[in-house]
Design a protein around this ligand. Structure first.
Ligand code: AHM
Ligand code: MG
Length: 332
């Protein structure tokens, strides 16, 4: 592959393909710069004193890690001054973050989970940043209401995964492209273009410790997979669960698979664990752009009309034929 940096890729998407405008190009550049800074902090770990709890809870009542707070601050600061955003929303903040008056405002809304995979932060396992970009409706104040748009309205989505290498996986609605951080040069380089997910897979990801709480459709589906060659599917399936959505989704983007964080019966007010606006929607856009499928068991994730910024949703995504099958079990 030619040595195409993220900057060059974005310029070509703008100039030759005209799929993005200058403001969106700038936005992606800024987010990618923030991801580099987060990657540096994570890379220093204990040497920089960034591991451990921050001693606070976020809006969802979850304990914040120091790196959750650091990553959130990095993203906010990087994106405030450029004039490309109307407002931002984050897993770590109850309400949207407004652009300070001293800076110009732009037309985009940026949503993010600054550091996904909380339980893996302190144990040197891959974590990541997930982001989603929407347009602020014209003439509308960028308050919480402005963010409540279904995932089909996303103009861009992506994630960075901080693993053995730092990757940026991106879509602007023109396929899925993977960039690898060249740490010496300090920039992202295109290493895989137009990624596609195979429609069939023999690999699944689910937190099986929740099995007793699952709905019958998911229980039936997983039972069939676990029955292997001798069961209804007539084939053996393998299981992987990193417990960082970015890492589990990245495996699926790389070689196929199905990921489930289904609705369970514990708390009817929480349909699933993952958040719609800054976890499920951007991942669903990427998965669909790569030829996969994403549903909540009942409907396409990207069609869900959100009612709350931090709303939770069941997530089933990945290789098309498997997602279709388990989704059909929900209606039968
Ligand atoms: P977080 O945003 O607080 O990190 O929670 C989301 C994470 C996902 O990355 C992952 O898929 C899931 O929670 C793991 O959940 P569990 O600990 O139940 O296995
Ligand atoms: Mg998360």
């Amino acid at each position: 592959m030619r040595n195409i940096t993220l900057s060059r890729f974005l310029i070509e998407e703008e100039r030759e393909k005209q799929v993005i405008c200058a403001d969106l190009r700038f936005l992606v550049e800024i987010v990618s710069r923030a991801c580099k800074a987060i990657s540096v902090s994570i890379g220093k770990g204990a040497l920089a004193g960034v591991l451990g709890s921050a001693g606070s809870d976020n809006v969802q009542g979850e304990v914040q890690k120091k790196l959750d707070v650091i990553s959130n601050d990095i993203l906010l600061e990087a994106n405030e001054w450029g004039g490309h955003l109307a407002a931002m929303a984050s897993e770590e903040m109850e309400h949207p973050h407004q652009i300070p008056h001293r800076y110009p405002k732009g037309e985009y809304l940026l949503l993010f989970d600054p550091l996904d995979g909380s339980s893996n932060i302190d144990i040197n396992v891959s974590v990541g940043t997930i982001f989603s970009v929407l347009r602020c409706p014209e003439g509308v104040e960028p308050n919480e209401q402005a963010f409540l748009q279904p995932g089909v309205k996303q103009v861009c989505a992506g994630y960075a995964v901080y693993g053995p290498t730092t990757l940026l996986v991106l879509t602007v609605g023109d396929g899925v492209h993977i960039f690898t951080l060249d740490r010496e040069m300090g920039h992202f380089v295109l290493t895989q273009s137009n990624v596609t997910i195979p429609a069939d897979t023999r690999e699944y990801a689910i937190n099986a410790s929740n099995a007793r709480h699952w709905e019958p459709a998911v229980k039936r589906y997983i039972d069939e997979l676990q029955a292997g060659k001798e069961g209804a599917r007539g084939a053996d399936f393998n299981m992987r669960w990193v417990a960082s959505m970015v890492a589990d989704v990245h495996r699926i983007i790389s070689r196929g698979g199905i990921f489930l964080y289904p609705r369970d019966k514990r708390d009817p007010s929480k349909p699933g664990k993952l958040r719609l606006m800054y976890e499920a929607n951007p991942m669903a856009m990427l998965i669909e752009q790569a030829g996969g499928m994403a549903t909540d068991g009942r409907q396409r994730i990207l069609d869900i009309q959100p009612t709350e910024l931090h709303q939770r949703v069941a997530v089933i995504l990945g290789s098309k034929n498997e997602v279709e099958r388990v989704t059909s079990y929900h209606s039968s």
